[in-house]
Design a protein around this ligand. Structure first.
Ligand SMILES: [Zn+2]
Length: 390
């Protein structure tokens, strides 16, 4: 990738609530607020009941209260790790990935500390537990560091995301499982290159693991960005391509068509742009839907060989970048699989939020802006969710 940006943790790391907080703040506003916001939901009715019991000294209820409160574990900011922390929250919300990794036992245990999928499996398992303190992820950070995703360095979230997927492909010793994990994200495409002088067409098939969506000031919705992405583009001057028929570089028209869409559809909003040696961040607003039907949104995006029926997608995670191209911070909005609530994960601090809060990441100058969007195929339906394996 040619685009680079610098992310520097500017916010003060939040302290994490602990078991002691549950005891010391039982009568405080913290719990009162929780009740006021969620009086109608079953988990919180249970929580209220558990805490009422706590008033009368029933210790077992404390444990139940903890379980209900800490449904998502935070991750401490360790050596500017907000980018990796944010990705881990989104990967944890991609329960299909953790389920696949759970099936796998590495044959060679000697190099486990350097093996990204081994360490990822461990940290995702830790994040599934209901303990109140941040999930231990130092081994994962050090493992990435040994694989050249350095500590003390500000990273680009999309680059690190693709690196992690590549490490899984390279380092997992069960190739069938590696293929299954790749298929989870694989967007198969065919690229058509038509010479504008002899009209011959070259077709190539390839795949992407996240869709790099260019944005412009006049594109204020994801749907408009996707339409633009699939519009044929003329390549002239220095962008001319070699035509085998003509025997030299000629102007051409390039188009991209979808051959298949994955279960997990990741889209990267390209908000960082190089201009005369400087990296700029595009803060413009780009709305994105909670659910959408790809086949209705961009009808011309599909190859005649596309054979899938269901092209509906539901949003489940948003990687957010706050700040400028030079200084910034990553956080995530994540939709919880079991209780169907949205959460905002800011390093060790995780709080429940509303869909309206998620929409604040559409973008405004100097505000936090959505940078990566993760959608799951199908319409959201709690009854259709498979059983948790962890
Ligand atoms: Zn030609």
């Amino acid at each position: 990738m040619t685009e680079q940006k610098r992310c520097k943790t500017k916010v003060k790391p939040y302290s994490c609530s602990s078991v002691a907080d549950v005891y010391s703040e039982t009568t405080g506003a913290f719990y009162s607020d929780q009740f006021c916001q969620t009086q109608t939901s079953r988990p919180h009715r249970e929580l209220k009941s558990a805490l009422m019991s706590l008033w009368f000294g029933k210790r077992s209820s404390v444990v139940r209260a903890e379980i209900l409160l800490y449904r998502m574990r935070g991750l401490s900011n360790d050596h500017l790790s907000c980018c990796v922390n944010t990705l881990l929250q989104t990967l944890s919300a991609t329960w299909e990935l953790a389920d696949l990794l759970e099936k796998w036992e590495a044959v060679d245990n000697s190099a486990n500390s350097d093996n990204v999928p081994v360490q990822l499996k461990r940290v995702l398992a830790a994040m599934r537990s209901t303990l109140p303190e941040p999930a231990p992820h130092r081994d994962f950070l050090r493992c990435l560091d040994r694989n050249r995703v350095r500590l003390y360095t500000q990273h680009d979230a999309d680059e690190v995301f693709l690196s992690i997927l590549n490490f899984i492909q390279q380092q997992i010793d069960d190739k069938a499982l590696a293929f299954e994990i790749q298929n989870l994200y694989k967007i198969s495409v065919e690229t058509h290159l038509q010479c504008l002088e002899c009209s011959s067409v070259q077709t190539q098939t390839s795949y992407l693991l996240s869709l790099p969506v260019h944005i412009r000031e006049d594109h204020n919705s994801l749907e408009a960005c996707l339409t633009s992405f699939f519009e044929p583009q003329e390549l002239r001057d220095i962008n001319c391509c070699f035509c085998a028929q003509c025997g030299n570089k000629t102007p051409s028209k390039k188009g991209i068509k979808l051959l298949s869409l994955p279960r997990i559809l990741c889209m990267h909003l390209k908000r960082f742009r190089n201009s005369r040696g400087f990296t700029q961040k595009l803060d413009c607003s780009v709305t994105f839907p909670k659910t959408f039907d790809f086949s209705e949104t961009v009808q011309e995006a599909f190859s005649t060989n596309f054979a899938q029926d269901d092209c509906t997608y539901t949003l489940f995670a948003v990687v957010v970048h706050s700040g400028t191209a030079s200084f910034g911070h990553y956080t995530a909005y994540v939709h919880h699989r079991m209780n169907q609530h949205w959460y905002y994960a800011n390093d060790s601090h995780v709080k429940q939020v509303s869909w309206e809060d998620v929409q604040t990441s559409y973008g405004k100058p100097h505000r936090h802006t959505a940078y990566m969007l993760m959608y799951r195929r199908g319409l959201q339906n709690e009854e259709q969710q498979p059983e948790l394996s962890g």
